[in-house]
Structures are given as structure tokens and as C-alpha cells.
Ligand binder design. Structure first.
Ligand code: FAD
Length: 318
């Protein structure tokens, strides 16, 4: 079922969902299941599965020579989506990237989604490749997420890249896109970024999922500004509980977000990682309760592997 239909059917009740990351190549799926199992208590209507960009690795070839190869460290997004759908009977949402894929490869991936009964896609540009400063579009691929949204939208109406195929079947996808309550790092201003977000909605996006944030006021302001410029699709906040002291540096560096002073101070006072986890849980519970009062359609958690903290938060909030 489409995410937008799940939201409609919930009649104003906030739904619970979460995002998982495929395991590193060579690691089985059992650990992933162990972390998903407890969260099924909250009856998530959908689970997102991220996609990782390709990266360069260097192999020693003797005599000091290195050979550069390209690889994906966490492949298997679509396989995991299908496995989860079968095991738990929930919808899964693969993240589809511009970076690293030609338009043709994307088309084949979308066709696979149709056969697998996957009705929802999150369309993203992706970041620059590791070691590169700026995002470079892949040869034959898209430059912006809005272009990818358009391809997905077109395919749903039978407009493939090189053919138009009219069909009785409804192959349309429900398309999610990323939103940034603290602005995307490359956007020159918040207003500019919101206008680009609007472009994604105009191209066919059905809903927005936000980057993680730790200060709800930033989300409330983001929603207000989005509504003011006519973005009227559901906006789903993404929440990540802090889990280690290293997150104080890692999260701002990787996700280009700020952490509130009060949260930083609480984390710095902690003696053990377990204490930090508890601080993260407490902060996320307060954030979640306020977001539910605000009237969000879905509360979306970034699980990044371990789910024990999300279980505790869910039990306090749902
Ligand atoms: P875009 O919407 O294309 O925006 C990129 C930048 O270009 C922005 O600064 C925007 O303002 C600007 N822009 C957009 N359109 C135009 C235009 N037409 N003309 C001029 N400027 C424009 N990354 C992964 O690799 N894998 C994942 O699975 C993944 N999942 C994510 C899930 C969520 C919810 C979020 C928030 C992010 C996720 N990311 C993921 C990270 C994402 O790929 C990066 O943040 C990336 O840098 C931007 O992607 P985007 O889709 O927002 O890009």
C-alpha cells in the first residue's frame, strides 16, 4: 500500500516507522532481523531501507603498485526490502539514488520494484563519493533528486526512458523525498532550499521525510515555511536518539546538523556509554511527545543498527 494511503487510513493517528541500513557485504541478515523483531510491537506500516553509494577501494598488486577498484560495501537494498516484506508483511521503502546509477539502471530497478510489490520509493540525489568534495552526476544519471522523481513519476504513467508503454495496470509509485529543517549543506539559503524542495513536490513527490534534528523548533519552523510556499504534502519528521559520545562530533559532520547546548551538556556529563544511551532516549522521548502533540502523520526513527533504544522510546510514546 502507498504511504499516503497508510496516512489517510490512520485518520489522524500518528504512525510509527523506521529506517534500516543493509549490513556490510559478507554479513548475514540475522542481526538485522534481531533488531527489527522488537519494533514490530508498534505495527510499523512501512520500513525504509537505505542505499549506499559505490566507493573506490585500492588493492595491493605487489611492487608497491595499487589497483583502484569500485565496489559497494552495503549492497542488497532491494533484496532486503523483499525479504522484510515477506517475513513481516509490512511495506518496505527502498531509497533510490541518482549518484552511482544511470537512468537505465534506475529504470530496471523500478521494474524490479513493481514485480516485488514495492509501491513506495524514497528518491534521493545521494552525496559526493567518498574522497570527493562535490557531488558529480554519474554519466547518464540524474543531477538532482527532482529529475529522479520525474523519471519515477513518468514510469508510473507508462513513459519509460525510450518507449511509451500503455498498460491497464497501475504502476504508479508513492514517492518520498528528503527535506532539511536545518537546510541542505549546499543550499545558499533556507528559502532557496525550500524552493528546491517545492520543485521535487511539483515533479511528483507525494511526501517528505526530514533529515534528523534535535531541536523541534527547527522542524516547526520548517513546516511553517514549507506550507507558506505551497508545499502541501505530508511532512514526516526523522528522529535519531544519540547513542554514544562520539555522536557529538559525528552527527554534525556527517548530517550537517546542530545539536542543542542542553543535549551536549547532558551527554558530556555521562560517565559510560550506557549513560549516554539513556540521555539520548530521554531526549528523543521528549522530542517525540512534542511532535505528536504538533500532529505529525508519522514518527520516523533512524535506527542505524541497534533498536533497543527505539523500543524504549516507542513504549513511552505510542
Ligand atoms: P536534492 O534534492 O537534489 O538537493 C541537493 C542540493 O541541490 C540541495 O542543496 C538543493 O537545494 C539543491 N537543488 C535541488 N534541486 C535543484 C535544482 N533543480 N537546481 C538547483 N539546485 C537544486 N543518502 C544516501 O546515500 N543513501 C540513502 O539511503 C539516503 N537516505 C536519506 C534519507 C533521508 C530522509 C535524508 C534526509 C537523506 C538521505 N540521504 C541518503 C542523504 C542525501 O542523499 C543527501 O543529503 C544529499 O546530499 C542530498 O540529497 P537530496 O535528495 O536532498 O538532493
Amino acid at each position: 500500500m502507498k504511504i499516503t494511503d497508510h496516512i489517510k487510513n490512520a485518520n489522524g493517528k500518528t504512525l510509527f516507522s523506521f529506517e534500516i541500513v543493509p549490513p556490510q557485504k559478507g554479513v548475514g541478515i540475522a542481526d538485522l532481523y534481531k533488531n527489527i523483531d522488537p519494533l514490530m510491537e508498534f505495527k510499523p506500516p512501512f520500513i525504509d531501507v537505505t542505499t549506499s553509494r559505490e566507493e573506490y577501494i585500492f588493492l595491493e598488486r605487489g611492487n608497491g603498485l595499487m589497483e583502484r577498484k569500485i565496489t559497494r560495501m552495503r549492497p542488497g537494498t532491494l533484496g532486503i526490502c523483499s525479504a522484510i516484506q515477506n517475513k513481516y508483511n509490512v511495506d518496505t521503502v527502498p531509497h533510490v539514488l541518482c549518484g552511482g546509477f544511470t537512468k537505465e539502471e534506475t529504470e530496471y530497478l523500478l521494474v524490479d520494484c513493481m514485480y516485488l510489490g514495492i509501491n513506495n520509493i524514497v528518491a534521493l540525489r545521494g552525496d559526493a563519493m567518498k574522497g570527493e568534495k562535490y557531488f558529480e552526476p554519474t554519466k547518464g544519471g540524474h543531477k538532482y533528486a527532482s529529475d529522479l522523481v520525474k523519471q519515477i513519476q513518468d514510469l508510473g504513467t507508462g513513459k519509460y526512458l525510450h518507449e511509451e508503454i500503455l498498460s491497464e495496470e497501475n504502476n504508479s509509485f508513492c514517492i518520498g523525498v528528503a527535506g532539511y529543517p536545518e537546510k541542505h549543506i549546499e543550499a545558499p539559503s533556507m528559502n532557496y532550499d525550500l524552493q528546491m524542495l517545492k520543485k521535487k513536490v511539483e515533479a511528483g513527490a507525494d511526501y517528505i521525510v526530514t533529515q534528523m534534528f534535535f531541536d523541534n523548533q527547527k522542524f516547526f519552523e520548517f513546516v511553517k515555511q514549507a506550507r507558506e510556499i505551497g508545499i502541501d504534502v505530508p511532512i514526516i519528521p526523522g528522529i535519531k536518539p544519540i547513542a554514544t559520545k562520539t555522536h557529538l562530533q559525528m552527527l554534525p559532520q556527517v548530517f550537517k546538523i546542530d545539536l542543542p547546548e542542553a543535549l551536549i551538556n547532558e551527554v558530556l556529563k555521562c560517565k559510560t556509554n550506557n549513560d549516554v544511551r539513556e540521555v539520548g532516549i530521554e531526549w528523543a522521548i521528549n522530542q517525540s511527545k512534542e511532535l505528536l502533540d504538533f500532529g505529525i502523520p508519522v514518527l520516523h526513527f533512524y535506527s542505524m543498527g541497534k533498536s533497543d533504544n527505539i523500543l524504549k522510546i516507542g513504549r513511552e510514546v505510542f
